[in-house]
Design a protein around this ligand. Structure first.
Ligand code: ATP
Length: 148
């Protein structure tokens, strides 16, 4: 599913490079506890933002790691970044950092709140880290299904 979503983004955004890196042996074809549709939606929201809030560097890194029975998916961009004081609020409904800047890029401030609801509905977590002017990482976790 992740590869398919990335492939679609590569087709739509030809000027961007998307790199998927998988860390850990158990993650060759990990089975996570989520509907394919919902996983797609979460990825689209996060990747869409990564593209939208990139500036000069059109590079997006996606990584998969395993941690305590969870799969950890991180989408990293090298874009405009988010000020520290706004980091915790970006998952709130209708919250947008720097209204003027954000409006120029379109959007309602709903994407990440929807992603958060979906992830938490599957007992996962979602969080952000960012450096203003350097880029942003959005990470979410989902429970792995063991013993398949
Ligand atoms: P939409 O409703 O279309 O998703 P949006 O992008 O404004 O619009 P969210 O996805 O909820 O809404 O994001 C909230 C705010 O967080 C954005 O307005 C933007 O300011 C900030 N943001 C989100 N992702 C990034 C990112 N990768 N880099 C920089 N800022 C980001």
């Amino acid at each position: 599913t992740i590869q398919q979503v990335i492939k679609n983004f590569e087709l739509i955004h030809e000027d961007f490079t998307f790199k998927l890196e998988v860390y850990g042996e158990n993650l060759d074809n990990p089975l996570v506890q989520i509907s394919e549709n919902h996983l797609e939606q979460i990825l689209i929201i996060i990747l869409d933002n990564a593209v939208k809030y990139s500036d000069q560097i059109h590079k997006i890194d996606i990584s998969l790691e395993e941690e305590n029975g969870m799969v950890k998916i991180t989408v990293r961009d090298y874009g405009v970044g988010i000020p520290d004081e706004d980091l915790s609020k970006i998952f709130h409904r209708f919250y947008r950092v720097d209204k003027a800047r954000s409006r120029a890029r379109g959007g309602n401030g709903l994407g990440l709140s929807i992603a958060k609801q979906l992830v938490e509905g599957y007992s996962g977590e979602i969080y952000a880290s960012s450096t203003l002017g350097k880029g942003t990482s959005i990470t979410f976790t989902l429970p792995l299904i063991e013993n398949r």
